[in-house]
Design a protein around this ligand. Structure first.
Ligand SMILES: [Fe+2]
Length: 384
């Protein structure tokens, strides 16, 4: 009934071509020797140049690590850290998707806190702020530019490992929709649906608040309206603008209200089948929503309304169901694999995946319907 809450976000700069401001921003937070973390695809698409130019104009020195791998393994993280350690660095810039941003957060922390990276996995294990960071996303999806989370792949254990600490939150997020126009349709779809799931999961989350609710609903509306156009035509600037805004807003609610069961189930799916994070989420999304909606029908009605579904003259339960169907359709029309069988999953893996997902207590504890291991097994079965 009476809620205690905190609302956290980095400084956010959003708009067309705001990447041009990165030199000034770097200077403002004392950056003279910058270390940029990105991947080859982003560099080859000409986006790195858009960051380097304003830095050169401000006469800021820079080094570049452009070897970030998707869903980065720990070895890749340590490779970036070793290179950064060998350079003179007072500011990090991440340019890319979630992988580059997540890696930057933890490399910056390791520069200050001497620790084995494995000791940083878990909640609030990073105790000191790292070197300052500026995040520049080139996708509209993970929301990592405004969150305290960083996800890695532990190849030895075949598991996703998460660093969740407020100390790794960026100082500044520079969100420029123009950087997303070269993103291919498949990546637009998988990252966009991840953002959509952040909005929906954080809206119905236990830790949702009167501050996060309207942001999450508006993110739901923006992404529902613009994911299709952005996938269909990457040059549609209006769609790109709205997707970047929707994804940013969903990142803000992800960081402050949290997400839930879909992300818990996605960890073993991603680790087992090596699909992009958004795909690992979407394959159980509709089945999970279907399963948990009884916990809070009024909120599911609001989600249906935000998606433009007609909800008047029908029962609340029916309206909630329509909203969930619309979510499924949104993903299908974006060309995403929407069921476990679509990614080649095997039913005999369900028990082990249910055990693994059930360990994600933090996420399950934020889900409006309490889920036992048996419930998670059922959701996986319903997702086939
Ligand atoms: Fe996510």
């Amino acid at each position: 009934m009476f809620q205690t809450m905190r609302f956290r976000t980095p400084v956010i700069i959003f708009g067309m071509n705001v990447v041009n401001l990165i030199g000034e921003e770097a200077r403002k937070i004392g950056g003279k020797d910058v270390f940029i973390i990105t991947d080859r695809g982003v560099a080859e698409a000409g986006l790195l140049e858009k960051v380097l130019e304003p830095l050169k104009n401000e006469k800021i020195n820079f080094e570049v690590f452009d070897q970030v791998e998707p869903e980065p393994p720990l070895e890749n993280l340590m490779e970036a850290f070793r290179k950064a350690k060998s350079c003179k660095v007072d500011l990090f810039i991440a340019l890319g998707g979630g992988s580059s941003m997540d890696m930057t957060k933890v490399v910056s922390a390791l520069m200050v806190q001497e620790a084995d990276v494995r000791d940083l996995f878990g909640v609030e294990k990073v105790t000191k702020p790292g070197l300052p960071t500026i995040m520049v996303p080139t996708t509209s999806g993970t929301g990592s530019e405004v969150t305290r989370m960083a996800v890695f792949t532990d190849k030895a254990e075949n598991l996703k490992k998460v660093v969740s600490s407020h100390a790794i939150t960026a100082n500044v997020a520079i969100v420029d929709p123009m950087l997303t126009v070269t993103m291919p349709p498949k990546v637009t779809a998988s990252t966009g649906i991840d953002a959509f799931i952040h909005a929906v999961e954080s809206y119905v989350a236990i830790n949702a608040s009167p501050i996060t609710d309207p942001i999450a609903l508006e993110a739901t509306r923006l992404i529902a309206e613009n994911l299709g156009p952005a996938v269909a035509n990457g040059q549609d600037l209006r769609a790109r603008y709205n997707m970047s805004m929707g994804s940013l807003m969903a990142g803000v609610t992800l960081n402050n209200a949290g997400v839930g069961a879909v992300h818990a189930l996605a960890y073993p799916v991603g680790a087992e089948y090596h699909v992009p994070h958004g795909v690992a989420n979407v394959v159980t999304f509709a089945a999970t929503m279907e399963y948990i909606s009884i916990a809070n029908i009024p909120k599911f009605v609001n989600l249906a309304k935000a998606m433009g579904e007609p909800v008047y003259g029908i029962s609340s339960r029916e309206a909630a169901t329509r909203g969930i169907k619309a979510m499924q359709e949104l993903a299908e029309k974006a060309g995403l694999p929407c069921r476990l069988r679509d990614i080649g999953a095997r039913p005999d893996k369900i028990p082990a995946m249910a055990i693994a997902a059930f360990r994600e207590k933090r996420l399950l504890g934020n889900t409006p319907r309490q889920l036992a291991e048996e419930d998670i097994r059922k959701i996986f079965e319903n997702s086939f």
